[in-house]
Design a protein around this ligand. Structure first.
Ligand SMILES: NC(=O)c1ccc[n+]([C@@H]2O[C@H](COP(=O)([O-])OP(=O)(O)OC[C@H]3O[C@@H](n4cnc5c(N)ncnc54)[C@H](OP(=O)(O)O)[C@@H]3O)[C@@H](O)[C@H]2O)c1
Length: 330
């Protein structure tokens, strides 16, 4: 067994990490941390009664390093980088769910804030197994991808060689409200989102630079929307191909050997990938016009289950060890 820590257990992705790790055959939850201490994890998450026991500590790097070999940081950006440097120095491997180690320094500082740990930022590995599996296996610091980038990159990746980049790639993305974390705001208030749907941060959302940087393209238009659901993400991409190609074969061939990408013959939906680490894909073309759509569970493939997949790879385990595959359907 490998002893692990989860920091940020009081948040949405922290809860999902605990749920996955509680039945993982090789990872043992040794440390649970939040911004303050609680006598019991069930004080924060009563739904874990009978599943996980233990106190929650006010997160402390030295305590974490004393008892664990690997830590999941389920923290807001800026908070994560305050932990990472010391954790790495004390020999603890890190999977960071925030944006702190995903982007080049210049891009990070443009879209987020000043970066205080540029040395480790340079050496972090972007935790999308379909792109960087071999590097993740050797990594000590993995930057777990954002939810929109995960769904969008996996949809677009196979078609990059065929893209006519004189036309923009249009990305229309939709997410359940849990994507915004547990803090309520005007737009995530029940009265605002119930039976409603709207775009937010059109053309300016922080995930656009992440998608562009990892795909190596610049001509991309990204508009996210909020859906009146708790979880789930559906991304619709439209682009122009250089020539008419067999798009289904391209998609199937790219992901033939991938455990957590499924290609469907009919349009995908958010319920079928909900509760799992799968990214579900559908593609259709008409001449040179391509439509490719992906669906993921934002809290799982978009965050916590992908983080555990990365930890599996970093620990030499099989990629799918303890990873959820059964959907929430019906
Ligand atoms: N939600 C998603 O779908 C999603 C998807 C991909 C990536 N992410 C990223 O994952 C990270 C976590 O997201 P989330 O949705 O779980 O956010 P969240 O629900 O707001 O939870 C964040 C947690 O971090 C804790 N925290 C903040 N500062 C801390 C500190 N210094 N020490 C210990 N704990 C601290 C907070 O705990 P207290 O309550 O104790 O203050 C809070 O519970 C974010 O960076 C987010 O961008 C989220």
């Amino acid at each position: 067994l490998i002893d692990v820590a989860v920091v940020g257990v009081s948040g949405f992705t922290g809860l999902e990490l605990l749920k996955i790790l509680s039945s993982h055959p090789e990872f043992n939850i040794r440390y649970m941390g939040a911004s303050r201490a609680y006598k019991s994890i069930t004080d924060i998450h009563p739904s874990l009664s009978g599943v996980i026991k233990g106190e929650v500590r006010a997160s402390d790097v030295k305590e974490i390093a004393l008892v664990s070999k690997l830590v999941f940081l389920a923290l807001p950006h800026k908070s994560s980088m305050e932990f990472v440097k010391d954790l790495l120095e004390l020999g603890v491997k890190v999977v960071d769910l925030s944006a702190d180690y995903r982007l080049k320094a210049s891009s990070y500082e443009k879209h987020y804030c000043t970066h205080i740990d540029k040395k480790n930022l340079k050496n972090s590995i972007y935790g999308l197994p379909e792109l960087f599996r071999d590097e993740i296996k050797e990594a000590r610091l993995v930057a777990n991808p954002g939810c929109y980038p995960t769904a969008t990159i996996l949809a677009l990746l196979p078609f990059l060689p065929y893209l006519d980049d004189s036309y923009p790639v249009m990305v229309d993305a939709k997410s359940g409200v849990s994507g915004a974390g547990k803090k309520c705001s005007d737009s995530t208030h029940y009265v605002s989102i119930n039976e409603n749907c709207f775009s937010y941060s059109p053309l300016t959302h922080r995930h656009a630079p992440e998608i562009k940087e990892k795909l190596g393209i610049d001509n991309l238009t990204f508009v996210p929307h909020l859906l009146p659901t708790t979880r789930g993400m559906l991304v619709s991409c439209y682009l122009l191909l250089k020539e008419d190609i067999d798009v289904e074969s391209v998609l199937n061939n790219r992901y033939r050997d991938e455990l957590f990408v499924r290609v469907f013959k009919e349009p995908v939906d958010i319920k079928s990938s909900g509760g799992t680490n799968f990214c579900d894909l559908f593609v259709k073309s008409s001449g040179r016009t391509l439509f490719v759509s992906s669906s993921i569970d934002n809290l799982l493939r978009g965050a916590s289950s992908q983080a555990v997949v990365n930890a599996n790879l970093m620990s030499g385990f099989s990629e799918d060890l303890g990873i959820p595959k059964l959907t929430y359907r019906p």
